[in-house]
Design a protein. Structure first.
Length: 616
C-alpha cells in the first residue's frame, strides 16, 4: 500500500513543478487533479493532446512514497515518456517485451527497493505481474493512459484493457487516475464503470488548442493536392510534420513523391515489419527525416514535441480521430498548422467502411459529424469544441473560415441540373456517371446505358469536372441527395432534394474557389513571447533573433545526439524561441525561462548560455 509523505502544500507542488519541469504555474485543473490523487481519491481526466496530462500523475509520483504504475498501450509511447522523465532528472523505467533479461532484472530490483518513481507497463504485462512483482512493490498510484481504449464506445477499443477492473480488487487502497484526450459522455461513463472507480472526481479541461490553425481544402485533384503539400513543406524547410493517409498505398506514393523532390520522408503503416516501423519512428523523432507519411497506425506512440504541422491527405473517419491526430502538432504550445483535404471520394469510401464495421450506426454518425466539420461555413474551432461539449460564443480567427469566409450564391439551377440527371437515370448511377452526363461525356457507361439521349446530357458542360464534384458534395452535405452504400454507391434523391428539383424551394451553394491554391503560411516566426523581467537583464523587446534560433536548434540537436535522445526531449521549440527572444547571458537568467527545470539548467545551461553570449 502506498503511504503519502504528508500532504504537500500549494508551494511544495509548485516547487516540484518549477524544479523538474521549469514552469512557474500549473495549467487549468492540473493542481486540483494532483491534490485529488494526493488525497487518495480516484479521478478521470480529460485533457487534449498536448494539454499536460502526464504532469498530473508525474508530480504525485515524485511526491509520494513508492512507485507509480503507469499503464500504457505502446512501447514507443513508454520509451518517449521514460526518456523525457530521465532528461528531467526523474527516475523512471518501463517493463515491456522490448527489454532484455538484464534490463528487466534491473527494473524489477528498482521497483522492489523503491528507487524507481514511475514504472511504465502494458496492460498485458501488468495482468501477468500482479501476483508477482506488483505484490512486492510499494505502489503510490495507478495511472491508466489512453483510457478510452477500455470502452467499446471509444474510437480505439482494445479488449485487453477491459480486465483492468482487477486493480481495485487487488489493490483497494491505491488511487487510480484514468486519462484520455478524447472521450464523449457515453465513453466517460463506460470508463468509470469498467475500471470500477470509487466516487471519482471527473476533470474536463478545455479542448481548445488555440496554437493550432485549422484549414480545410475541398475538391483538390491529386496533382493539385501533391503540389500544395510540396509548396507547404518547402515553406517550412526545418519543420517536422505528419501526413495522414487513408491507405498504405497512398502513404508510399506520397512519400516517394516527396523524396523525389528532395524532401526527406519515411512511411509508417501496419504492413511494414516491426523493425521497419521502429526505424521510421526513430528517424522521425530524431529529426533524421522531416516528414512521416502514415496511416492511423502511427500516432498514439508519438510524443514528439516539435511537430509543427499535420496534414490529412484524406478525411478521417471521426472527429475523435481527427482531433487526436492534429493534436500531435504543437504539443510544446508554439504555433502549428493543420490542413485537411476533403473529397466526395473520401465520403464514399469511409461510409462503406462504416457500413461494413461491427458498429454501423455509431460509425456512420461519427462520420457525419466529421463531414459537418469539413463542410462548415462557420468557425471550425467552435464546431470542434461543441462536439466535445464546450460551447464558444465567439470565433477563433485562426481557421480558414474565420480568415476567409466563403461566398454563396443562388445555386438552384445547378442543383436542379444534377437532380434531373439523377432522376432521368432512375437513381441507378454513381456520382462519376452523373458528372459525365452533365458534362456531355460519352463514356462507355453512358453509351451502354443510352444516357447520351436523355434531356440533361451536356446541360452542365460549361462547368469543370472539379466544380461538379464540389457541388455534388455540397448537395450531399445539405441533404438533397444520399448515397446508397449497400447498392454499389448509387445516388438517390431525398425528399428535400425533390423540393428543389420541382421548384418548391430554392437553395444556395458556396462559390468554388478558382484562385491559385495558396499555401498556409508558416507561423514559426510569429510566436509571441510574453514580456518578462529577469534579474540582471533589461526587459525583453519581444523580437526574436532568427539566426540565434537556428544556432540554438543546431546545439540542441548536437546535445540530443550525444545523449541518444530525440531533440525535443532536450528543449522544446517554444523554449528555443524564448531563448532567442529573451537572450539570457547568465545561468541564473537561463533558469528563468519557462520550460527549463533545475536539472536541465545544470546539465545544459553553460553550453547554451555561451552560445547566446556570442550573439549578444
Amino acid at each position: 500500500m502506498s503511504i503519502i509523505l504528508g500532504i504537500f502544500s500549494k508551494m511544495d507542488t509548485k516547487t516540484l513543478l518549477k524544479n523538474y519541469y521549469g514552469y512557474d504555474s500549473f495549467r487549468a485543473h492540473q493542481e486540483e487533479i494532483i491534490n485529488t490523487i494526493l488525497h487518495h481519491q480516484d479521478c478521470l481526466v480529460l485533457m487534449p493532446t498536448g494539454g499536460g496530462k502526464s504532469i498530473c500523475y508525474q508530480i504525485p509520483a515524485i511526491a509520494m512514497q513508492g512507485t507509480a504504475v503507469i499503464i500504457s498501450p505502446l512501447i514507443s509511447l513508454m520509451k518517449d515518456q521514460v526518456e523525457s522523465l530521465r532528461a528531467n532528472g526523474i527516475e523512471a523505467a518501463a517493463l515491456n517485451s522490448g527489454n532484455d533479461f538484464s534490463t528487466d532484472t534491473i527494473v524489477r530490483r528498482k521497483c522492489i527497493d523503491g528507487s524507481l518513481k514511475l514504472l511504465y507497463i502494458s496492460p498485458e504485462k501488468l495482468l501477468s505481474e500482479i501476483p508477482f512483482l506488483l505484490k512486492q512493490m510499494t505502489i503510490s498510484l495507478f495511472a491508466i493512459d489512453e483510457a478510452h481504449c477500455i470502452s467499446q464506445w471509444g474510437h480505439d477499443f482494445r479488449p485487453e484493457y477491459t480486465q483492468l477492473d482487477i486493480l481495485h480488487q487487488e489493490f483497494p487502497d491505491i488511487p487510480i487516475m484514468a486519462l484520455t484526450a478524447t472521450a464523449d459522455k457515453i465513453t466517460r461513463q463506460d470508463i468509470i464503470k469498467q475500471l470500477q472507480l470509487k466516487n471519482p472526481q471527473v476533470f474536463i479541461s478545455s479542448f481548445d488548442r488555440p496554437n493550432l490553425s485549422l484549414t480545410v481544402k475541398r475538391g483538390y485533384a491529386t496533382k493539385e493536392k501533391d503540389n500544395y503539400i510540396l509548396q507547404f513543406i518547402k515553406a517550412r524547410p526545418t519543420e517536422s510534420g505528419i501526413i495522414y493517409c487513408l491507405s498504405r498505398k497512398t502513404t508510399e506514393k506520397v512519400s516517394k513523391f516527396l523524396n523525389s523532390k528532395g524532401i526527406s520522408s519515411s512511411v509508417y503503416h501496419a504492413g511494414l515489419t516491426q523493425k521497419e516501423r521502429d526505424k521510421a519512428q526513430i528517424d522521425f523523432q530524431k529529426d533524421d527525416v522531416q516528414v512521416i507519411c502514415a496511416t492511423i497506425a502511427f500516432g498514439m506512440g508519438i510524443d514528439k514535441g516539435n511537430v509543427r504541422w499535420v496534414i490529412h491527405y484524406n478525411m478521417p473517419k471521426s472527429i475523435e480521430n481527427f482531433y487526436q491526430e492534429i493534436g500531435r502538432a504543437g504539443r510544446d504550445g508554439a504555433p502549428a498548422d493543420t490542413v485537411l483535404f476533403y473529397s466526395l471520394a473520401d465520403v464514399v469510401q469511409l461510409s462503406q467502411f462504416a457500413k461494413e464495421s461491427g458498429q454501423k450506426d455509431i460509425n456512420l454518425d461519427k462520420l457525419k459529424q466529421m463531414q459537418n466539420y469539413a463542410e462548415s461555413n462557420i468557425c471550425r474551432r467552435r464546431i470542434l469544441l461543441n462536439y466535445f461539449g464546450e460551447q464558444r460564443d465567439y470565433d477563433c480567427d485562426n481557421c480558414d473560415v474565420c480568415m476567409n469566409p466563403p461566398q454563396r450564391f443562388d445555386g438552384t439551377t445547378y442543383i436542379q441540373m444534377a437532380l434531373s440527371a439523377i432522376k432521368r437515370t432512375e437513381e441507378s448511377v454513381r456520382t462519376s456517371t452523373i458528372i459525365e452526363i452533365l458534362k456531355g461525356i460519352a463514356s462507355p457507361t453512358v453509351k451502354r446505358k443510352g444516357y447520351e439521349n436523355i434531356k440533361t446530357f451536356g446541360v452542365g458542360k460549361n462547368l469543370s469536372t472539379n466544380d461538379w464534384q464540389d457541388y455534388l458534395l455540397q448537395m450531399l452535405q445539405m441533404g438533397f441527395i444520399e448515397i446508397s452504400y449497400d447498392q454499389g454507391n448509387i445516388v438517390k434523391i431525398t425528399k428535400s432534394g425533390d423540393d428543389v428539383l420541382y421548384g418548391r424551394k430554392q437553395a444556395e451553394l458556396c462559390v468554388v474557389d478558382h484562385a491559385p491554391k495558396e499555401v498556409v503560411k508558416s507561423k514559426r516566426l510569429h510566436l509571441e513571447i510574453p514580456t518578462i523581467t529577469i534579474p540582471g537583464l533589461p526587459e525583453t523587446t519581444g523580437i526574436e533573433d532568427k539566426k540565434l534560433f537556428d544556432a540554438l536548434r543546431s546545439l540542441r540537436r548536437q546535445c540530443a545526439e550525444e545523449e541518444g535522445f530525440p531533440s525535443y526531449i532536450i528543449f522544446s521549440d517554444k523554449v528555443l524561441h524564448s531563448l532567442a527572444t529573451i537572450k539570457p547571458v547568465s545561468l541564473d537568467a537561463f533558469g528563468f525561462i519557462q520550460g527549463i527545470g533545475e536539472h536541465k539548467k545544470k546539465k545544459y545551461g553553460r553550453r547554451f548560455v555561451d552560445l547566446i553570449q556570442k550573439f549578444v
